[in-house]
Design a protein around this ligand. Structure first.
Ligand code: TXA
Ligand code: MG
Length: 328
């Protein structure tokens, strides 16, 4: 693929260069409020194929099309009243809506993996929306990491995985949310949670006035083609083995802790990282992927993780940790 990856600033000149590259079919990583995405023109099949190749991603995973606002989203997806309600309440922000694709789609079949639905998102990051505005086309963007690896929350993380494999990266500093968007499918008046993320279950259910449907009901009709790679067990994985619900730390392990918890044997830890000393789940989410990368860089024999609360952003954090710990 490419030889050199351009480093761009998140200013007008950098965004203009990035937009031009994207319109020309190049691959540009950019910050969103959740994680850095690896962007490509969603209407250009070659660019989309390049994303799969750069990431080494299984081709059955459909991608999210990013657009600058709801009006742009309506050009590509059919928004029934429930989808309109969620979009109006949570966009711009860390929510992805899976809705029926409009007939005569301009988005490449490769981006939707041939599904009759499309995933759309209006990111909360001003940099991302300014970029999308300039591109004037939907931009697909999976997290800008090698497939299955830890998601990037800084430009340095992107380059650690993809330097030389992509055309450019916009450096917009660390991301604020730190875990990916929540993915919700809307059809026939039912909202189904496909992936927990930056918008919590409680926030969604407050707007819906009732419970979300669960992915297992809608998502496992065809096990060969998951409704969401949420269904792929190993994901978000550091190189070191991850051990969850740790109540004791063994010699040489790294410790990933929360709220100042100090499990037995913690003095044996090669490195201890606290996701949030104050026990703040939003701070923990923002720190999660960077913490896994730091522990990996310390070459620990395994990463012991203390139990984390399941409430609010804890659901998304625990989801990512379970996948990081899954058999490879
Ligand atoms: O926060 C995020 O969502 C980041 C940033 C860069 O925007 N992007 C991201 O993309 O996490 P990715 O490709 O890693 O995740 C896409 C998710 C997957 O769970 C995928 O299965 C789901 O969206 N998805 C996409 N299209 C779908 C569809 N038509 N039906 C069901 N799920 C879909
Ligand atoms: Mg990803």
């Amino acid at each position: 693929m490419t030889q050199r990856t351009l480093r761009l600033n998140a200013d007008a000149a950098g965004l203009e260069t990035a937009a031009q590259l994207l319109r020309d079919g190049a691959l540009v990583a950019f910050p969103t409020e959740t994680v850095y995405g690896l962007g490509g023109d969603a209407t250009n099949g070659l660019a989309v194929a390049g994303i799969y190749a750069a990431k080494g991603r299984p081709s059955f995973n459909p991608l999210i099309s990013h657009v600058p606002d709801l009006a742009a989203a309506r050009l590509h997806g059919v928004f029934e009243p429930l989808a309109e309600l969620l979009a109006e309440r949570f966009w711009p922000g860390p929510l992805t809506l899976v809705v029926p694709a409009v007939v005569g789609p301009v988005v490449s079949d490769l981006a939707t993996a041939g599904l009759p639905t499309i995933a759309l998102r209006v990111p909360g990051s001003d940099i991302a929306r300014a970029l999308l505005q300039r591109v004037g086309r939907p931009v697909v963007a999976p997290s800008a990491n090698l497939s299955g690896h830890v998601s990037p929350t800084s430009a340095a993380h992107v380059l650690a995985d993809l330097d030389g494999r992509i055309d450019a990266v916009i450096d917009g500093g660390p991301t604020l949310v730190g875990v990916e968007s929540t993915v919700v499918a809307v059809a026939g008046g039912v909202a189904t949670l496909l992936r927990p993320g930056g918008v919590t279950r409680a926030m969604l259910e407050a707007v819906l006035g009732g419970a979300l449907a669960e992915a297992s009901e809608a998502g496992q009709a065809d096990p060969g083609r998951p409704a969401s790679p949420g269904m792929l067990a190993s994901h978000y994985a550091p190189n070191a083995r991850v051990r969850l619900q740790a109540e004791v730390v063994h010699a040489g392990e790294g410790l990933l802790t929360f709220g100042g918890a100090r499990p037995a044997g913690c003095e044996n830890a090669a490195l201890t990282v606290d996701l949030s000393e104050n026990g703040d789940l939003a701070e923990a989410a923002a720190n999660l992927f960077g913490a896994l990368r730091r522990l990996d860089a310390a070459a620990v024999v395994a990463i012991a993780v203390v139990p984390l609360p399941e409430a609010d952003l804890g659901e998304a954090i625990n989801d990512r940790l379970r996948r990081a710990a899954a058999p490879r």
